[in-house]
Design a protein around this ligand. Structure first.
Ligand SMILES: [Zn+2]
Length: 481
């Protein structure tokens, strides 16, 4: 989809127009609009409430229809309302089978950005496997976005929006696709092609490398699968003069059956258990496209947690890369094992200045925060900035505690650690505390996206299944800090 910034009179253009109106604005409509839409608004009983939409056919003008979308009360407006209103407008046009339209973004860079994000994130549908054309979502090809005056920061906002939202849609494709297609070897090959396309340095450890180097936790998780586990490390150097380097690590369990502690419910959506890995690939792709002045490592342990005669067993003791031994209390707590080895490996061999990890790690975080907030655990002073960036882009994160005293719950009688807590409660916290053992002194932030990475139905500009949550949050934080 192309979004073009335009100056001038929108009412001189051809085709379809999208207008956003607040409740108050309706009472004193722009004089150019009154004769066109006033009557229809009254007939349609349109109040300008949030996301309410109305189609107004127009005759005798160069353009042929207006779609009006409500924004609610003026004093309550924020970026999220603009993103969701953009979704409502885009859905209306898609139903009309229109593939281009013009709209206003008024005078504000935040509105330009929010509308652009809202349009791009809504203009998405995973229909790779739909064979009938009629079932496919009508994609919008072009939007002319009118502003009072085209300023440099408007252009930058549109450019940033394009790279970050297209990366989000790329992540959604990976999350939602069949786990027999997007398997660990597929992701390893994808990392290779990204390394060529974006000129990123790649270190790719295959099964033999993992064995030689001693990443026993990651190997343990993958030993029951017909797909070989890999560790992907892509390196982007956007600021060669700086020694700062941020490692973004993502859990890449391409399918999680639970292992021999097999999942008794909600296994079906476990193809999205590689969402963290997809997010880190999305972030480094957009960073390279935008030429961000940052040094970034995208790190993804990719592995399938399968069942079978070779699968790792409850009660097994695994040797971690760090040297600590781990008793497997539950084979379904596999994400933390894969991440622990990946983070310890990166800390030792790359010495990043900080680590941020994304993982669909625990059901507990969903029980605690629901499906709209991710949980953030951090030992890093930048945590508040990450939360702020999330608020700006509509990827909300809520800070959770890391209480030392809960470490007791991860003790094993026969090994250094147990991978599962001895308590039934606070599972998102004990999972985070488990990870903390493997990052050493490196400032670290863990974001549990188990609730936000996926949804079983479409919700505003979030599609069904993979949402791409985390990509825009991370890139916004990188841009601002
Ligand atoms: Zn699991």
């Amino acid at each position: 989809m192309k979004i073009n910034l335009r100056e001038g009179d929108i009412y001189k253009g051809k085709g379809s127009i999208l207008l956003f109106l607040t409740e108050e604005q309706i009472k004193n409509l722009d004089s150019k609009l009154v004769d066109l839409v006033d009557n229809s608004i009254h007939i349609g009983n349109f109040k300008g409430k949030k996301y309410e939409s109305l189609l107004v056919p127009v005759v005798g003008r160069s353009f042929d229809r207006i779609v009006i979308v409500g924004l609610g009360k003026r004093e309550e407006l924020n970026n999220e309302i603009f993103r969701r209103a953009a979704n409502a407008g885009l859905q209306a046009f898609s139903k009309l089978k229109v593939n281009e339209f013009s709209t206003f973004a008024e005078y504000d860079v935040d509105i330009v950005r929010a509308l652009s994000d809202g349009f791009r994130l809504s203009n998405y549908s995973f229909d790779k496997y739909k064979t009938e054309k009629d079932n496919k979502f009508i994609m919008i090809q072009k939007i002319d976005m009118y502003v009072h005056e085209i300023k440099d920061d408007f252009k930058k906002a549109v450019e940033f929006s394009e790279a970050t939202c297209e990366a989000t849609n790329f992540v959604r494709d990976l999350q939602t696709d069949d786990a027999d297609v997007v398997n660990p070897e597929y992701l390893a090959d994808l990392a290779k092609s990204m390394s060529t396309k974006y000129r990123l340095h790649l270190e790719l450890l295959d099964k033999a490398d993992l064995k030689r180097k001693g990443l026993g936790l990651l190997l343990g998780v993958g030993q029951g699968s017909r797909f070989e586990p890999h560790l992907i490390i892509l390196e982007y150097k956007g600021d060669p003069s700086s020694k700062e380097q941020i490692a973004i690590v993502g859990k890449g369990v391409t399918y999680d059956t639970g292992g021999l502690d097999i999942k008794l419910r909600s296994m079906k959506e476990m193809n999205t258990d590689m969402s963290g890995a997809a997010v880190v690939l999305g972030v480094i792709r957009a960073a390279a496209e935008l030429k961000l002045k940052k040094n970034i490592l995208a790190v993804a342990p990719v592995v399938e947690n399968a069942v079978g005669t070779k699968a790792y067993k409850p009660g097994t003791i695994l040797d971690s890369y760090l040297g600590k031994t781990v008793e497997i209390g539950n084979t379904d707590a596999e994400g933390r094992l894969a991440l622990a080895d990946a983070m310890a490996y990166v800390v030792k061999n790359y010495k990043p200045s900080r680590i941020v990890d994304f993982a669909t790690l625990t059901g507990s975080i969903v029980a605690a925060l629901g499906e709209d907030y991710a949980g953030l655990f951090s030992t890093d002073k930048v945590a508040d900035k990450i939360i702020e960036a999330g608020d700006y882009v509509g990827e909300k994160v809520w800070r959770m505690p890391l209480p030392e005293e809960y470490n007791e719950l991860l003790k094993s009688k026969i090994a250094d650690l147990n991978n599962i807590s001895s308590s039934n409660y606070g599972g998102a916290i004990t999972a985070a505390l488990f990870l903390k053992n493997f990052v050493g002194e490196t400032p670290w932030t863990h974001i549990d996206i188990a609730g936000t990475a996926r949804g079983s139905k479409r919700k505003h500009y979030w599609p069904v299944y993979g949402t791409g949550f985390g990509v825009r949050l991370m890139l916004e934080w990188l841009r601002k800090n």
